[in-house]
Design a protein around this ligand. Structure first.
Ligand code: MN
Length: 501
């Protein structure tokens, strides 16, 4: 299990109308379902059965407990028999964590020759879950509805996604983002309302002067640096000028010094993400490139130029994809390759791309950087793996946050890029560059994104539902007309729906 200290509670809705014996059977069925879910080995979070809820006060109590127990990251509800849904009102009014409604039933098939009225009364989820669903909809509460038999791999797959998102949501409620310097001057899309982000998404953004990092840097010893450079030598191919005794080896050592200082600083601040700004590097030898790359790989969210929203989202993406195949990284739209249906975007950044998105052995190189006015920085150079992935971003639209996701296909470059001194990824946005990029621009998306090979659209759908934010998906089904229409409808929806502002 990827999320060891967390749990999801399972609550079965029932009532005493059919007598205590019925509830005893319902309870036994629920225990078997929960055991079946845990034993399947397909779920990343332990399911804990909390018994049947047979009255308004029992429902209220279990939801209040769920709110207050930190290990509990979400609740799964299921109505075995008919559970009159007015008894769920007070509990749902109080409840403030993710909710999954599992619309299943204990038996997989109808026992044709055996079925009688008693059986039907005991196994009426088809009926009881609709009653419950009405109440949740009537209360305008977001939840995920998963339909199918609990033993089915597809059903468990959908629960798995929701659990991962719930774990990431819990992680974000306690997320400190360290910001060295401010937003890059004059840049609009990376900025936004940090207070609203904390209210809505849980992100806590703290500013630090770069001088505080410099103080950590001054405490790094030569022996600390020796150890880290040895690690680099094991993991990466060193360019000739970076090797021990060569001209630029000193810059590799300076990069290691910054990495050690940064890791210690983030640990002391209990931070899960951070941003840098190339205009605020006083006292550092070089722009932190290698450090950002390696810290991203470890699970720290990162955003360049003060982009705290992307830093936070990248951390969330990393938590959601724990243990899954395929890495994640901060990326930036850089340069186009116009080539008809194969038109693509070269994704890169000045330096900061996570090596988690390549299976190549990265090359450690030092080159001049024409921005920031500092020493030549060390960086890892590689090309991202071929495959399908998702680029995601969150923008502040003034009255709400909008999450934009675009499915993309990472392709191999047509030729080597021998003079490009940074990591890169070449992708075709779905459905193609013409529609994909236009849609992203109409939606007001950033030039930065949190990219993942491991996640599917379902993750972002669940995340946006839990957060109560707008989601715009750009994929193979997108047309400009439908996208523009969706944006207009969303505008009205969010203007009218005050609770979402
Ligand atoms: Mn940038």
């Amino acid at each position: 299990m990827e999320y060891k200290n967390q749990e999801v509670w399972f609550v079965t809705g029932a009532q005493l109308l059919y007598g205590g014996d019925a509830v005893i059977t319902v309870n036994a069925h629920s225990e078997k379902i929960v055991q079946g879910l845990n034993d399947a080995g397909t779920l990343p979070v332990k399911v804990v059965y909390k018994g049947t809820a047979n009255s308004s006060s029992e429902v209220e109590k279990v939801f209040k407990d769920a709110n207050s127990v930190p290990e509990c990251i979400g609740v799964i509800t299921w109505m075995h028999t008919f559970s009159p849904a007015k008894m769920w009102i007070k509990g749902l009014q109080n409840y403030n964590k993710p909710l999954l409604h599992l619309h299943t039933q204990f038996n997989k098939e109808i026992p044709w020759s055996e079925i009688d009225m008693d059986f039907m009364n005991l196994n009426q989820s088809a009926h009881g879950d609709r009653e419950f669903g009405h109440m949740v909809s009537r209360m305008r509460k977001n939840r995920k509805v998963v339909v199918g038999h609990w033993s089915d791999a597809k059903v468990q797959g959908r629960i798995n996604v929701w659990m991962r998102v719930a774990a990431a949501w819990a992680d974000a409620q306690d997320m400190t983002i360290v910001r060295f310097g401010d937003n890059m001057n004059n840049v609009a899309v990376t900025d936004g309302d940090r207070l609203e982000a904390e209210l809505r998404l849980g992100y806590h953004v703290d500013y630090y002067g770069i001088g505080e990092l410099v103080a950590y840097q001054d405490k790094v010893t030569e022996s600390d640096i020796n150890d880290l450079v040895s690690e680099y030598e094991k993991l990466y191919s060193f360019a000739d000028n970076c090797k021990k005794g060569e001209k630029d080896h000193g810059q590799v050592r300076e990069a290691a010094r910054i990495e050690i200082a940064l890791r210690r600083f983030l640990k002391d601040k209990n931070a899960k993400a951070f941003t840098t700004n190339f205009d605020a590097l006083h006292g550092l030898d070089q722009l932190p490139g290698l450090a950002c790359q390696r810290l991203m790989e470890e699970g720290y969210g990162f955003g360049a130029e003060g982009d705290w929203k992307t830093a936070a989202l990248l951390r969330t993406v990393w938590v959601m994809s724990k243990g899954l195949e395929g890495g994640s990284s901060f990326l930036e739209d850089y340069t186009y390759h116009f080539n008809g249906e194969k038109s693509a975007i070269l994704q890169s950044h000045m330096l900061e791309i996570s090596p988690a998105i390549t299976s190549q052995k990265p090359r450690l190189e030092v080159h001049p950087l024409g921005i920031g006015g500092k020493n030549d920085p060390a960086r890892l150079v590689f090309t991202a793996n071929k495959g399908s992935g998702i680029a995601a971003t969150i923008v502040d639209m003034g009255n709400r946050f909008r999450m934009i996701v675009n499915n993309v296909d990472v392709i191999e470059p047509e030729a080597e890029l021998p003079k490009l001194p940074v990591a890169s990824s070449l992708w075709i946005p779905q459905p193609n560059l013409e529609i994909g990029a236009a849609s992203w621009i109409y939606a007001g998306g950033t030039h930065h994104s949190a990219f993942s090979y491991a996640l599917t659209n379902e993750f972002f759908e669940d995340y946006a539902d839990i957060a109560g934010i707008e989601l715009v998906t750009i994929d193979n089904d997108t047309t400009i007309n439908t996208l523009k229409f969706e944006l207009k409808v969303n505008e009205v929806y969010y203007l009218l729906n005050k609770s979402l502002q």
